[in-house]
Design a protein around this ligand. Structure first.
Ligand code: PLP
Length: 372
């Protein structure tokens, strides 16, 4: 059997090719390149998908986080709380506001922010909390929202890996003051380049974010604030409208693949399987297991024709870029342990049962080998 890829975007796009070509023609013929009607149409559709009144399309997921924080008034000297085991962008958005990222370790079963550790991280300078719906599972939002509400601190969801996921019956992105999405090509909903969106139910926030993303213009060439260029391309809006129609089915397929992986791997010594918390609907952007001697297992899998990945090898607080925070190894033990053990298995909607069985068979062999 040929190599099992980590991700197969070609297989996902092939059946939609004619629709894409038609959409490109429309965008080109109407000069709808930066923002415009295709982006506006996608905003309406994505807001409906998330169950929020508003969606604001932006340039990428990092913009979504950054503009959310700016719109909430986060600035120099403030602190924003998030999880240490996320993609770097979550913390970058905080730093780019002039604020300081403050980390709260994650739960060992879900890998999302541990609400029991949240309260003690809050100070008078805390201006926002960003739970990360890591790998496609909504964080434990009820206790986080309760603490935030009592303290009057807004919650920004990093839903960049969780398009369509649910927690306590609520759709990712619709739970906090804003929900931030990335449409990077490899995400569950991916554009043909860079794109992102913010969803919200707050009309004032929506208005501020719309102004911020367009150079602070309320009216053309009249700038009420210093903003940025964070608009989405027309082409991306058109592509995302087409792909959004298949998102629920694609998520369903990912969930079925995850169930099969977990059934076939259950009880294997040396492999910790992902858990879905009670009441959650996971969308498995990533299906990550935990193994000892992870780097050795990763290499052995590649030699046996299975491409795996690591999300992420170094937690944010230990990145060189954040050395100035002075956070030593041991600060967030769960996130650090997981970073050393996580192994992301191939996961995409078009994965076949034969491919899943091959991944499982090779993984069992590699883990047994690595255990010696
Ligand atoms: C992808 C991602 C981002 C950043 O999105 P970009 O579109 O790449 O800017 C932020 N947070 C998380 C958790 C992500 O996975």
């Amino acid at each position: 059997m040929s190599t099992v890829p980590f991700l197969d975007l070609k297989a996902h796009h092939a059946p939609l090719m004619e629709e894409f070509v038609q959409a490109f023609r429309q965008v080109v013929e109407t000069n709808a390149f930066a923002g415009g009607p295709f982006v506006a149409k996608f905003e309406t559709e994505f807001a409906a998908f998330c169950g929020t009144p508003y969606a604001i399309a932006v340039g990428n997921g990092t913009d979504a986080l950054w503009l959310s924080l700016l719109a909430l008034g986060v600035g120099a000297g403030d602190e924003v709380i998030t999880a240490p085991n996320s993609f770097m962008a979550t913390a970058e958005a905080i730093t780019y506001c002039g604020a300081k990222p403050v980390f709260v370790d994650v739960s060992e079963s879900t890998y999302t922010m541990d609400p029991a550790l949240l309260e003690r991280a809050i100070t008078p300078r805390t201006k926002a909390i960003i739970p990360v719906h890591l790998f496609g599972q909504v964080a434990n939002m009820a206790p986080i929202l309760e603490i935030a509400r009592r303290r009057g601190i807004p919650v920004v969801e990093d839903a960049c890996q969780a398009h369509g996921a649910k927690g306590g019956g609520r759709v990712a992105g619709s739970i906090g003051q804003t929900g931030c999405f990335s449409f990077y090509p490899g995400k569950n909903l991916g554009a043909f380049g860079e794109a992102g969106a913010i969803v919200t139910s707050d009309a004032d926030l929506k208005a501020r974010i719309m102004t911020l993303r367009d150079h602070g213009q309320a009216k053309r060439y009249y700038h009420s604030m210093v903003g940025w260029n964070a608009r989405m391309d027309g082409i991306q809006g058109a592509v995302l409208s087409i792909k959004l129609r298949g998102l629920a089915a694609a998520n369903e397929a990912r969930r079925a693949h995850a169930t099969l992986y977990s059934q076939l791997l259950a009880g294997t010594p040396g492999i910790i399987l992902p858990q879905t918390a009670e009441g959650n609907e996971h969308v498995f952007h990533i299906y990550a297991v935990r193994v000892k001697n992870r780097d050795q297992v990763l290499q052995a899998m590649a030699q046996r024709g299975v491409n795996c990945a690591i999300h992420y090898p170094v937690p944010i607080h230990l990145q060189e870029a954040y050395a100035f925070l002075g956070l030593k190894s041991g600060s967030y033990p769960v996130a650090e342990r997981c970073a050393g053990e996580f192994l992301s298995l191939p996961m995409f909607p078009e994965l076949s049962e034969a491919q899943i069985r091959k991944v499982v068979c090779e993984l069992k062999a590699c883990v047994a080998e690595a255990r010696g």
